[in-house]
Design a binder for this molecule. Structure first.
Ligand code: GLA
Length: 343
């Protein structure tokens, strides 16, 4: 069903924003660290019109569902993302909103794409002045204040500022950023493991609390400020030491990757996965299985889980023109219901 079929008229504006895949720099962005995402071709498209009534009507084409939310209430499920955007932009009208997204859920920032797509549509409808960085920061506030996930800023910045042709290097403390080409001769392959991420919210906030505690014990504002990994040995608690070690080494991997060739970049991705699996403990056995199958293919430069973890997506760096063949081979041997997302 289209906007017209659901709401009986045409929308006033339509905008969209992409999902992202993070190549390196996982679980660093809530400790002031470095990340290296790129946009994926899949996008969330959001159409909006003023309804003139006393409630918002929000339709998800993917879920085939319409939610009605009285003005002043926050709603549930996907409504929280949209209502958060509406309220934080100071919009007081009742709106009809139609969402159509082909960003897979789980690790590819489908929620940031929805937030940035909604914020872009509202910016256009009301002629608002926020720039793309300000929109990203509002999207992050939606996660914190309306969804309850204490996310970093990577996903919204990537959705708002990245393109599919470059890697976006972002310093999540200063928000300084620069685009880089992909390593010569390589392209990005994204696979959705098909594992739903049930523990993502609670496990994510728990990790965040752990590294905040580690930073406090080490006497630094954020783990970004630890550049010598030997410093984390001062932590008595084994769990906190492993969590901190991941963040410190992951930051170093991102910085090295900026100037690495495809072979070295791939090694850094493999090391990132091992660290996320063993030290940060946010991977999943099914994702590990897929990563191992990818890493066993001699053509693959490197592979790792991507995003928050606990299931979801993985990313590999592979030679150009080989992605489809590699993915077909790996998925044929996988015991789960995975699928290729990009290219
Ligand atoms: C989620 C969060 C991001 C980031 C990643 C892990 O996608 O929204 O801010 O922390 O997890 O790197």
């Amino acid at each position: 069903m289209s906007f017209r079929e659901v709401f009986g008229r045409e929308p006033e504006v339509t905008a969209s924003a992409p999902g992202r895949v993070n190549l390196l720099g996982e679980h660093t962005d809530y400790q002031g660290g470095f990340v290296l995402p790129t946009a994926i071709p899949q996008r969330a498209t959001v159409s909006v019109g003023r309804s003139g009534g006393g409630e918002h009507r929000l339709h998800s084409a993917n879920l085939h569902r319409t939610l009605t939310v009285p003005l002043g209430e926050r709603g549930s499920d996907f409504a929280r993302y949209v209502i958060g955007c509406i309220e934080l932009l100071g919009v007081t009208d009742a709106l009809d909103v139609y969402i159509d997204s082909d960003v897979p859920s789980g690790g590819l920032s489908s929620s940031a794409a929805l937030e940035v797509g909604t914020l872009r549509a509202l910016r256009e409808l009301y002629g608002l002045g926020q720039d793309d960085v300000e929109l990203a920061l509002i999207g992050q506030r939606v996660e914190h204040e309306y969804v309850g996930v204490k996310s970093g800023i990577m996903d919204q910045m990537a959705s708002s500022l990245a393109d599919t042709e470059h890697m976006l290097f972002l310093d999540t403390r200063s928000l300084e950023r620069r685009v880089y080409p992909f390593p010569a001769g390589a392209e990005v392959l994204v696979i959705d493991s098909g594992v739903p991420r049930t523990l993502a919210g609670s496990g994510y906030n728990e990790r965040r609390a752990q590294v905040e505690e580690a930073a406090r014990l080490l006497g630094v504002p954020e783990l970004r400020d630890v550049t010598d990994v030997a410093a984390v040995e001062a932590l008595q608690d084994d769990l906190l030491r492993r969590r901190a070690r991941h963040v410190v080494l992951e930051n170093a991997r991102v910085l090295e990757a900026l100037h690495a060739d495809a072979g070295r970049f791939g090694e850094l991705m493999n090391a990132s996965h091992a660290s996320l699996k063993d030290d940060y403990e946010v991977s999943h056995p099914k994702v590990d299985e897929l990563v191992a199958l990818l890493q066993a293919d001699p053509r693959v430069y490197g592979a790792r889980m991507t995003g928050a973890g606990f299931g979801g997506a993985l990313v590999a760096l592979v030679p150009q023109e080989e992605a489809v063949d590699i993915a077909d081979g790996v998925l044929a041997r996988y015991s789960g219901q995975g699928r290729r997302v990009v290219p």
